[in-house]
Ligand binder design. Sequence first.
Ligand code: HEM
Length: 369
Amino acid sequence: MHQDPATGAWMVYRYADVVAASSDHGTYSSELWRAYPGEWGKGDTWGEGRLTEMDPPRHRLLRALISKAFTNRTVSGLVPEIEATVERLLDAVDGRPEIDLARDLADPLPVMVIAELIGLPFEDRELLRGWADRLLSFEAGELAGEELVTAIDQAGAELMAYLREHLRLRRADPKDDLFSRLATAEVEGERLTDEAVVNLGKLLLIGGHVTTACSLGSLAFELLGDPDALRAVRQDADLIPAAVEESVRYRPAVVNSLRLTTRDTELGGVPIPAGQFVSLSAISANHDERQFEAPERFDIHRRHNQHVGFGQGVHYCLGAPLARTEIRIALAALLRRYPVLERTDGPLQYYRNPSIAGLRSFPVAVSRG
Ligand code: HEM
């Protein structure tokens, strides 16, 4: 652990310390806006649906509401749609000797799946991808300063307006989709406000997109660099879930999570005062040799893989079952379709956001044999 002289944040690297802090939400708060009371003070209402920026007990209430609408059954119900979407995306580039695994498959897939989950019309999916891209436009490095802030604000406002209109339609005419269920779900007699449902929709679109895309890309990248592992998953598809898990350990898409200390405390023997930012490094924790044997080895047969790639504690990733399902289906379809899948010498592009690890462009040579 050390305090970063540039930002003042406490950087936490060991597995045991990351787990301890993530599990103690009383001391390590997710309500980061408290550090800026004037600016973000509005975050103090659970009705706004800002799940990731909320501590219990309000977090518990909201999470229970979402969990009622976003169950394992919801995920299993999406399987046929995920399979069809993967096939459609691969059909679109069929016949090419080289595909971009990130741009052609990993990036569009999660947006389409979340759109289906929320119940957005099929024909609006390109629109959604556009917003998701623009919200991440800082990645492209094309804009900076005020221009960038305006572009992101505008994309965010358009997306919110779109989701508000969609919610209005669903309230008038409920269907069997997440928005309809969120609109009517009740916990302890409480219902979500429109603003909360819309914010949750945005959170799912943003939180479930790049994370899943990066994880699928990372898994493919590791497998194509490891002929034994690739052969093993080709021969036995039952190994795929463990390979997915290992890649989330090995290269977690969300590199670190931030917390704010609510009181003077101590972590790994180091005192930390109240009101300090603490950065919990998932990527370091997942490579801690005190927890994982040979952590630098990508090992699809690894046992006891209690990684923190999906977080830990009350904010544990709500979309983990969906992400696992999407990645498993996409990989299985790739392996089925292409007996030949190889890395090329083409340039790799990574996300430039320091909290996100993954490929934005990943050229792969393919052949149907
Ligand atoms: C492999 C892909 C994914 C990774 C690596 C990932 C990672 C994470 C991590 C590390 C957290 C905890 C953040 C924290 O503690 O501050 C988190 C939370 C969350 N994730 Fe994911 N995620 C993935 C996919 C998804 C998907 C597909 C969805 C939904 C469609 C989703 C929705 C959420 C939500 C709603 C939360 C907040 C939970 C809460 O605050 O209680 N994630 N995710």
